[in-house]
Design a binder for this molecule. Structure first.
Ligand code: NAD
Length: 503
């Protein structure tokens, strides 16, 4: 029997999606809509309004008014903290509902939506974390450097109207990582969800309004990159674009920002290495963890997944055996089934892209250990690819250099630490990295030499209060923690004379 998720639409209570513009939930001005196809089945499970240039313009102008004249940027710290804490509580109260909406949206199974890093709980924690920064939005007081008696004081002020453009693969956390610090800093926000995970974000925005965020301070315009995204990132009244997504669209955002000098934060893709040394405390666990990262939950469609395993020759075979064992444990199917652990690829286009890279790996001479094929039977209507391992990969091959965004692990042997670090850094990306060793000195030494934004030693965990982001072409700026909050502010200096004259 072919898999179907359509019956869940009623139990989840999914209704067709609207835009939230200038205090009103409404269809697009031109009536445009998008039919959402489920990645696991190809069924249309819902439709939503697509914001055209006129809708985006209305939303941005309303956001501008809300910033220049509205209550949110002027709300006292105590009141703003209370609203953000209510946002966190409201999200937690609706965690089960949001996970179910997500399962209909991007197809992420309920089981994986409960794992902390990708959960509603983590998104709620991000709101709590940033609520804690609101009353610490301080500056410095500096003594005179020369001249008359005066002080130089610095102030952190909200950056203004923020366009938050989201990818499809982590709508809870990635929404929170932009919206929470922007609201905490006193900005107003127009969110553009991915066209492949819109319903989840529409519901989160509605919940935040219920929690007390003024409608003018948080609006949502849904739709694809063109026309919706383009209209937003090129709008002259937007002060800052905060983007998470592919490197190609990141480049376009940098180009478009030049016209009005918009502030830009970018969280882009990766080809993150994990280095496994012969003294790793548990080589088997390292192999299973690496394969888990590229298969479980998102089927490798995760920015920071360790998709390049650099493994010392002495432990290479042991690592590959463990990764293969994990590959056999992944289960696919109905995302509402509690035993299903992983999802389909998001679109047919992505399916073709992943299969193309697998062909390329074989042609380039890498050894296909397992997987490589599309899944059939009752899964044939979905975009499923079997967990895939390539061994004897050369770091110059496409499967070692390019972000595949699918369930493919490339294993590359090395002989010594120097070679491992050189191979790890030999990539245009620099998002994450991992390393396994029992030697603490080696752990520090190697972690400091890796050109990556976040390095895990003997494990990996993303948390709300730690900076997250990329070196090199993996992005600009950081999300999480104080640096994320500051990225939604401008620094102002006021020179204050203490006598009649400043200088
Ligand atoms: P994508 O770049 O295709 O789309 C991201 C968003 O940009 C979507 O909302 C899309 O509609 C929009 N968009 C597309 N073209 C646009 C344009 N011209 N102007 C404005 N907006 C436009 O990415 P995706 O497929 O949704 O997500 C996968 C990518 O995201 C991967 O590369 C992954 O590594 C990256 N990612 C990075 C992080 C991180 O934190 N570094 C986290 C998750 C995903």
């Amino acid at each position: 029997m072919t898999l179907s998720v359509a019956p869940h639409r009623e139990s989840v209570g999914l209704t067709d999606g609207l835009l939230s513009v200038d205090g009103e939930w409404r269809p697009a001005r031109d009536g445009a809509t998008w039919e959402h196809r489920h990645p696991a089945t190809g069924e249309v499970v819902g439709s939503f309004a697509v914001a055209g240039a006129a809708d985006v313009d209305e939303a941005v102008r309303a956001s501008r008014r809300a910033f220049d004249e509205g209550p949110w940027p002027r709300t006292r710290a105590g009141a703003r903290i209370r609203v953000l804490r209510r946002c966190a509580d409201t999200l937690r109260e609706h965690a089960d509902e949001l996970r179910a909406v997500q399962a209909l949206d991007n197809g992420v199974p309920l089981s994986f939506g409960a794992i902390y890093a990708t959960s509603v709980e983590a998104a709620a924690d991000v709101f709590d974390h940033h609520a804690g920064w609101v009353d610490k939005l301080g500056g410095q007081t500096l003594p005179p450097y020369q001249g008359g008696d005066h002080l130089a004081m610095t102030f952190r002020e909200p950056v203004g109207v923020v366009a938050a453009v989201l990818p499809w693969n982590g709508p809870f956390l990635l929404f929170a990582q932009k919206v929470a610090p922007a609201l905490a800093a006193g900005c107003t926000v127009v969110v553009k969800p991915s066209e492949h995970a819109t319903f989840t974000v529409l519901r989160m925005v509605a919940l935040l309004h219920e929690a007390g965020v003024p409608e003018g301070a948080l609006q949502v315009v849904a739709g694809p990159g063109d026309p919706t995204g383009e209209a937003l990132i090129t709008h002259p009244l937007v002060d800052k674009v905060s983007f998470t997504g592919s490197r190609a669209v990141g480049r376009r955002i940098v180009e478009a920002s030049a016209a009005t000098m918009k502030r830009v934060s970018l969280e882009l893709g990766g080809k993150s290495p994990v280095l496994v040394f012969p003294d790793a405390p548990d080589v088997g666990l390292a192999g299973m963890t690496a394969m888990g990262m590229v298969t479980m939950g998102l089927s490798g469609q995760a920015c920071v997944a360790h998709t390049r395993a650099l493994v010392h020759r002495e432990v290479h075979d042991q690592f590959v055996d463990a990764a293969r064992m994990l590959a056999g444990m992944v289960s696919y199917g109905d995302p509402f089934d509690a035993t299903v652990t992983s999802s389909a690829l998001i679109t047919e286009k992505q399916l073709d892209r992943v299969l193309g890279y697998i062909d390329r790996g074989v042609q380039d001479g890498a050894r296909l250990v397992t997987g490589g094929e599309r899944l059939g039977g009752d899964l044939e209507g979905g975009n499923f690819v079997a967990p895939t391992i390539f061994a004897d990969v050369d770091n110059g091959m496409a499967i070692a250099q390019e972000e595949i965004f699918g369930p493919v692990l490339s294993v590359i042997p090395f002989d010594d630490e120097e070679e491992a670090v050189r191979l790890a850094n030999d990539t245009e990306y620099g998002l994450g990295a991992g390393l396994y060793t029992a030697d603490a000195q080696r752990a520090f030494r190697v972690a400091r030499r890796l050109r990556a934004g976040i390095v895990g030693v003997n494990g990996f965990q993303v948390e709300p209060h730690v900076p997250f982001g990329g070196f090199k072409q993996s992005g600009l700026g950081r999300e999480g923690g104080q640096s994320a909050f500051e990225a939604y502010t401008e620094l102002k200096t006021v020179l204050m004379p203490l006598t009649d004259e400043l200088m």
